[in-house]
Structures are given as C-alpha cells and as structure tokens.
Design a binder for this molecule. Structure first.
Ligand SMILES: [Zn+2]
Length: 269
C-alpha cells in the first residue's frame, strides 16, 4: 500500500509534467472507485492545473474551478504517458493534457478515489486530519499534549490520522523500534525524552524514504512496472522470528489495532 513517502514521491514525479498544463479531456472508464467519481471531475476540460499539493496521503490538483483530490488506496498508481498509449486493464481514469501527454490512473483493487473540492471548501476527507509529520507543528510538545492520559497503545496512537497523518503501519513499526519504545505501551506513558526521540526519528525515517523514492522518478514515464513504489530498507517490519538487528534477540509479533506489529522484547521498553 502506498504510504506518505510514496505519495510525496508521486507528487514530485508528476508535478513537472502537470503544473501549468491545460486539461483537454477527461476519460473515466470506471466511475465506481472507492467512491463514485463526481460529475465535476468529468467536466474539467479547458481548466489549467495550477499546482499539485499533498495533504496526508491525498494529492490535490488545483484548478480555477476547484481541486481534484486523488487517493491511491491500496493499489493505485499514477503515470504520465502520451495520449496514444492504449489503456490496459484497471486503467480507470485518464486526464488528457493539451500538450499530448496524459495522467493515467491505474488501480486493480479500486480502493483509491478521485474526489472533488470546490474553492474555499475543505473536503470532508481532509477536514479531520492532524498535522503533517514533516511540518514543525508536529513536535514533542504537541505529541505529549495529545498523548496525555491516553490508554491507547502508542503504536495505534501514532497511526491515528487525527494525531498525525501519514505514519502508516510500516513507519510506526520502524520508528518505535529505532526509538526503543515498546509499541504496546499506553500513549499516556510517553516521557518527554521519548517524545523528542520519537518525533525526530519519525521525521528522519519519512525523509529518508522520500529521498530513496526520488531515485525512481523516471518510472513515472514508463508504461510498465510499479511507478513510485520503492524497496525500503526495513529493520523490523515483517521480520517476526528473525534476530533483532541490534541485539540478536528473536523479534516478536503482536496485533495492535488489527495490524501486525513487530518489536524486540529486549530493545523496546
Ligand atoms: Zn533487540
């Protein structure tokens, strides 16, 4: 599933091809994605894409009339291709540009979405989101305040969009391991030192993933492969039963909020 770094890399990848370009036609082959593609999206011919913004895991293509909001869901991806490229199975949306290129959305599982936001409106999907993890607003003082007397497991807490956006399962696992914090602990038990460490590590881990993804940017113009996704160097995620990379103790797995959580019983307190 694309997480925040992949979505940011998608944004960086498509921006030079889309920004300032006029939309000549919109082709929607399948309107039933996670939600029904609204009429406004179909009616974008003649509009110019002014900018491409990311909020959490949503991409916003801003035009004069409003913004298209794209979510990649579980299996969505975006590519920039010439108009003549024949559509393959699961190529649900094409945004044709006047310069002969198009933005093509491919999504086998159809958990992704194309939504619409009118000017001066905040779409419901974006209205309850916490701060961006890479912004200064996400800091240890903020995290401690949010965590105060919360009994939720710290890992589930970090994955709550109202607390901070974009810390998905992989990055929550990895960050808690690097910070030496047991993912099962109540969020409210976080100390000031731990919060400082955790915030720094989350920012580092996400920045590194975005930087790694940057090396795959050329893939956005290829017609095959999986653009925007990249192999991540992971320390503990998905490595149950393997030795801890730090102390060699066998890594354990537990379900928290229905999500697999890998941790080292020795290193994480
Ligand atoms: Zn260990």
């Amino acid at each position: 599933m694309p997480e925040l770094p992949e979505v940011e890399v998608s944004r960086l990848g498509i921006t030079p091809h889309l920004q300032g370009q006029k939309i000549s036609k919109v082709i929607v082959r399948q309107r039933q994605l996670r939600w029904w593609v609204p009429d406004e999206v179909l009616d974008l011919a003649g509009q110019t894409i002014q900018s491409i913004e990311r909020r959490a895991k949503y991409l916003l293509l801003h035009t004069e009339k409003g913004a298209v909001i794209i979510h990649l869901g579980m299996s969505g991806n975006l590519r920039v291709l010439p108009h003549a490229t024949p559509p393959a199975k699961h190529d649900h949306v094409d945004l044709l540009l006047a310069n002969g290129q198009m933005l093509r959305y491919h999504d086998p599982r159809r958990f992704g979405a194309w939504l619409w936001q009118a000017p001066d409106e905040v779409h419901q999907a974006l209205s309850q989101l916490g701060p961006e993890p890479l912004e200064d607003e996400f800091n240890s003082v903020y995290l401690l305040e949010k965590a105060k007397s919360r009994k939720t497991a710290i890992k589930v807490f970090l994955m709550t969009n109202a607390v901070v956006v974009g810390v998905g399962n992989i990055y929550a696992n990895e960050s808690l391991f690097m910070a030496g914090i047991d993912p099962r602990r109540a969020a409210g038990t976080l100390t000031s030192d731990e919060a400082t460490r955790l915030v720094d590590i989350i920012k580092q881990v996400l920045r590194r993933a975005i930087a790694q993804g940057g090396t795959t940017l050329k893939d956005f113009q290829q017609t095959d492969g999986k653009p925007g996704y990249f192999a991540q160097e992971l320390l503990v995620y998905g490595k149950k039963g393997e030795p801890c990379p730090s102390c060699n103790t066998e890594l354990k797995e537990v379900k928290l909020g229905q999500r697999a959580t890998t941790y080292c019983p020795q290193c994480q307190k």
